[in-house]
Design a protein around this ligand. Structure first.
Ligand SMILES: Nc1ncnc2c1ncn2[C@@H]1O[C@H](COP(=O)(O)OP(=O)(O)OP(=O)(O)O)[C@@H](O)[C@H]1O
Ligand SMILES: [Mg+2]
Length: 282
């Protein structure tokens, strides 16, 4: 696997147009490498710097110190920023702020149109993208008639139609009901698994982070944990120390252990939790 995104020793504070400082150090020396085709979840308490990191990777912001490069392209290079944005798509929390057109398929076409792609190719990409998020049947609907989960899938289709190598999703399910969350999570997993798109998912939901193959935990501008989900989520004391929950499965085993039962805190999903509980009865 090759490195797609490299964040090296990045420090960052917000400034206004005149360069006056607007914040303290929001990132305090962050380094992170993302491999092509990987699925990384980023967790962290409010204000820990997750969205700032996402904006730095997409080139919306540039580091105060250190470097961010996307497929070898430095985000500080103004000539490359268009190319960088084409490679790294962003999906935000509120689907209503991302939908610009009054018909679903026109909305999905908007991104590729801006890239100057020819109309025939756009037609094909729009249809493919809508099929991939399972919204093709709604292509002539008005976005305002859709559920939150459906709107968010249309927003994702708009990004997919630009054929990015990587998608960063900043709390894409935060405003959705449980069904919408499930639909969007299934779509994200599928894009990673079947299309090989690199996924960086910022989330507050532990059960979503469990789906990733790597979990990065941020706290106060630093990365404090970076490991596979089973390694990260079986350390509830560490997560709780930085104000995060643990998935229900590990939480239950942790409580059983604290209650004096010989439970092993080794499960992060329901099936392996059931197995661990059954062992208590052996
Ligand atoms: N435009 C801005 N100007 C000044 N400070 C900012 C700006 N945007 C964010 N900050 C500050 O930077 C810090 C990190 O914010 P950021 O949005 O990256 O955190 P986050 O981890 O995404 O939080 P949340 O979970 O609430 O989305 C916070 O202290 C925030 O107040
Ligand atoms: Mg944020």
């Amino acid at each position: 696997m090759s490195k797609q995104i490299e964040v090296q020793n990045v420090r960052f504070h917000y400034t206004d147009e005149e360069g006056n400082r607007l914040s303290g150090d929001v990132l305090k020396g962050v380094s992170l490498e993302i491999e092509k085709g990987s699925f990384t979840a980023v967790l962290g308490h409010n204000g820990s710097g997750k969205s700032t990191l996402a904006r730095l990777i997409n080139g919306i912001l540039v580091p105060t110190e250190g470097t961010v490069s996307v497929m070898g392209m430095d985000t500080r290079d103004d000539d490359l920023i268009f190319d960088i944005r084409r490679h790294v798509g962003m999906v935000f929390q509120n689907p209503d702020n991302q939908i610009v057109a009054t018909i679903v398929e026109e909305d999905v076409a908007f991104g590729p149109e801006n890239l100057g792609i020819d109309p025939q190719e756009i037609r094909k990409r729009v249809d493919d993208a809508l099929r991939s998020v399972d919204m093709y049947d709604y292509r002539l609907h008005a976005p305002s008639q859709l559920s939150g989960g459906q709107k968010q899938r249309v927003a994702i289709a708009g990004i997919i139609a630009m054929r990015p190598d990587c998608i960063i999703l900043d709390e894409p399910t935060a405003m959705l009901d449980p069904r919408g969350r499930r639909e969007v999570m299934e779509t994200i997993s599928m894009l990673n698994r079947e299309y090989g798109i690199t996924v960086i998912l910022i989330t507050h939901y532990m059960d979503e982070a469990v789906k990733a193959d790597r979990v990065v935990v941020m706290d106060d501008g630093n990365i404090i944990l970076d490991n596979t989900p089973d390694k990260v989520f079986t350390k509830p004391e560490l997560l709780q120390a930085v104000g995060l929950d643990v998935p229900q499965a590990s939480e239950l085993l942790w409580e059983l252990k604290n209650a004096g039962l010989p439970a092993e805190v080794n499960a992060i999903d329901e099936a392996s939790c059931v197995e661990a509980v059954m062992k208590l009865f052996d």
